[in-house]
Every structure is written in C-alpha cells, then in structure tokens.
Write a protein that binds this ligand. Structure first.
Ligand code: ATP
Length: 359
C-alpha cells in the first residue's frame, strides 16, 4: 500500500505565556499521519497531546512562525477564515465527556452537526438514520442522552462527529471514562469505521491497551515533545525510550513481573552456568521450538518464570523471563544461538558473575 500523508505537522511549537512563566505545551514537534492510519498518541496528563491535536484543525494555532500544518495537502495556516471553517468540517472530534445536549433527542443531537450542511429536511432525516445505523443506535433515535449508557453516549458522539463525512477523526481520550468492556466495543467500532470509511483516526490516550488494540502507528509524548514514534509492532518489540517501556509494561507487565521474579529462590541463588534472561520475539520466531532446540543442541534447560504473548496487528509478539541452566560454555552458546534466530536476549543476572563477585 502506498503511504499518502493526510496530516503533516512540522516545527510545531505552542507556548502559553502565563503571568509568571511560560508553558511549552508543544515543543518542536514533527508528525506525519498517513491516510487510513489509526495513529495513537500516548502520554501522561499534561504531556501536550490535546494541544498538539488541536493544532491539526487550528483550534490551537502554533505560536512560532516556522510551523507548517498541512491537512490533505492544504496549508491550514494561510487559509482565509471561511475556507478554514470548511476544512474543519473534514476533521471530526470525539471527547471523553461526550458533550451531548441533554434537552435534544439522540437524532436531534446528531442532526445538530448537519446545521450548515445545506441538505434538505428529508436528506437530514435520511443522513441521521444512516449515522445512527452506522454506530448501532437506530432504536435510540427518540431517546434522550440521559437515558443512555456511557458507551451509547459515545456512539452518539461518534455519529455526530461523522455527520459531515470527515476524512479524519480525532479521538481525545474518548474511552477514558468507560469501563474496559465498553472501551473495547468503542475501539472495535472505531477500527470498523476506519476500514469501512477509510477514516484516518488519531487516538489520544494514556492507555497503551487501547493503542495495542487498534493502532497501526504510535507516538509517545512527554513534556511537549514526541520522544518516540513508529509502527506499533516496532515500538512494542523494541521500545527505545524509558517512558515507552513504562507504557508498554502497563499492558505486558514484563518489567513489573521482573521485580517479583528476582525475589524467587532460583534467581537469588543462580549457580555457574545459570542465567536469568529476558527473551523477546516477534512473528515467525514464536513458531520455532527454540526452547526444545536449546536442550537438544546444548543440553541447556529453560525454566520459564514469566511469559507474555500479544497478537499485534495479527503478529505474535512475546516476552519471556527464563532461567537457563547448563554447562557454563554451553549456556553461552545457547544465548548466541537464540540471537542468531532473531530472539532478542537480555541477560539480567548470571550465576557466573555472582560467583566471581562473591569471591
Ligand atoms: N490554554 C492554556 N493556557 C495555559 N496552559 C495551557 C493551556 N492549555 C494547556 N495548557 C498547558 O499545556 C500543557 C499541555 O496540556 P494538554 O492538555 O495539551 O496535555 P494532555 O497531554 O492533553 O493532558 P490531558 O490528558 O490531561 O489533557 C499542560 O501543562 C497544560 O497545563
């Protein structure tokens, strides 16, 4: 598939000047999103995620002159007000708190977004029915927001955001107020809309689980900066920044499990030829019976203390915490063998070193 940029942000700075200080909410950010991406932006509260995405539709203007904000090839910063308003209709937004009008029915809440669409009354009714059908709420059109669950309210939010057939949907913490099961169903709906409508989605979240479920690309934000960005699989299997590792650990639990594993007797008292290793593997590697091969080839046995397997974008990604034991030389050879078979190997603790340091 050819990658076609739909959003290009270059040199973006947003600085808020307060009485006693300046806040660099967005600090020198470059970001390209391709058509059809579900692009996750993760970061803790205050990292600058909302401010950054508000730059895309210029609800927030960059505060530096060098900034470039292109959407569908148009430089948004130079557009006259009327054209900018039109372009904004091409970017739908959904939020954590749904922002529905409680005095209007569900149908009228969605219809409200079509106010400036130029459609006839009959076309309005038809479009609203289509939209409610799209989000699975056809039977709720005459209900009021207070009669709906959180997940249903967010579905209305999605229908409203898609009313003007946007190419881009920005989801700003849209699942943060929902329980895990409802979150999953809303994320499934977004993934479905991405496929059906070729909708590009920017998913702002502090939950790596959400990113893992539907994103194909992910960027990590910290203190106004994009500190890591890439394909989901790449970032998950080989995170570079410590913060990225922390976020990934919230879903794989590999680092937090290490703290428990390290306390186990077997790890506390490693003998020569025994090592505690973290093994990471992606895709095909998982199909190979490597652990069996270690014993067959080197007489090295593996005691798996913790394991995690995720399916990301249809590809298995696994991590194991393992104690390998064998003849010291053979254990070393076994580690090289695994690296040769595309398994990432991190030695966390070695019985040999323990013995040496104790001497
Ligand atoms: N209008 C504003 N005036 C002054 N400071 C602001 C303004 N908007 C945001 N900020 C500050 O900019 C920084 C980034 O805020 P932003 O809301 O973009 O972060 P975030 O990652 O989206 O966090 P959250 O998920 O909590 O919204 C914060 O320090 C925030 O206090």
């Amino acid at each position: 598939m050819a990658y076609e940029p739909i959003i290009e942000l270059k040199n973006i700075n947003v600085t808020f000047k307060e009485a006693d200080r300046e806040v660099h909410a967005v600090d020198q950010v470059d970001l390209t999103v391709d058509k059809g991406d579900i692009f996750g932006i993760v970061g803790y509260s205050g990292a600058g995620k909302s401010t950054l995405v508000r730059v895309i539709n210029l609800l927030q203007r960059p505060t530096n002159k060098e900034a470039v904000v292109k959407v569908n090839g148009d430089e948004m910063l130079t557009l006259p007000a009327r054209q900018l308003r039109e372009k904004r209709r091409n970017i739908g937004m959904i939020f954590q708190h749904f922002n529905l009008m409680n005095s209007l029915t569900i149908a009228d809440n969605v219809n409200f977004a079509l106010k400036k669409s130029g459609l006839s009354k009959v076309e309005h009714t038809k479009r609203v029915a289509e939209l409610l059908d799209l989000v699975g709420l056809s039977d709720k059109s005459h209900d009021y927001p207070t009669q709906l669950s959180g997940g249903q309210k967010q579905r209305v939010g999605i229908a409203r955001a898609l009313a003007n057939r946007p190419d881009i949907l920005i989801s700003d913490e849209a699942t943060s107020a929902l329980d895990p099961k409802t979150t999953e169903s809303i994320l499934d709906l977004l993934a479905d809309l991405n496929r059906k409508l070729n909708l590009t989605i920017i998913l702002i979240t502090h939950e790596m689980d959400a990113v893992k479920q539907i994103c194909n690309r992910v960027a990590v934000m910290d203190d106004g900066r994009l500190i890591e960005e890439g394909e989901l699989l790449q970032v998950f299997s080989q995170p570079r920044a410590e913060l990225t590792k922390d976020f990934i650990d919230t879903t794989t639990h590999i680092e937090s499990s290490l703290a428990v594993v390290e306390k186990q007797d077997i790890v506390q008292h490693l003998k020569p030829g025994e090592v505690l290793v973290k093994l990471g593997y992606v895709g095909d590697t998982t199909d190979q019976p490597l652990i069996t091969a270690l014993y067959d080839k080197y007489k090295v046995s593996a005691n798996i203390l913790f394991g995690n397997l995720e399916i990301l974008q249809g590809t298995p990604v696994g991590n194991l915490l393992v104690v390998l034991s064998g003849e010291p030389k053979k254990t070393e050879q076994a580690l090289v063998f695994m690296q040769d078979n595309s398994v990432s190997v991190t030695v966390l603790k070695s019985g040999d070193k323990e013995v040496q340091s104790n001497d």
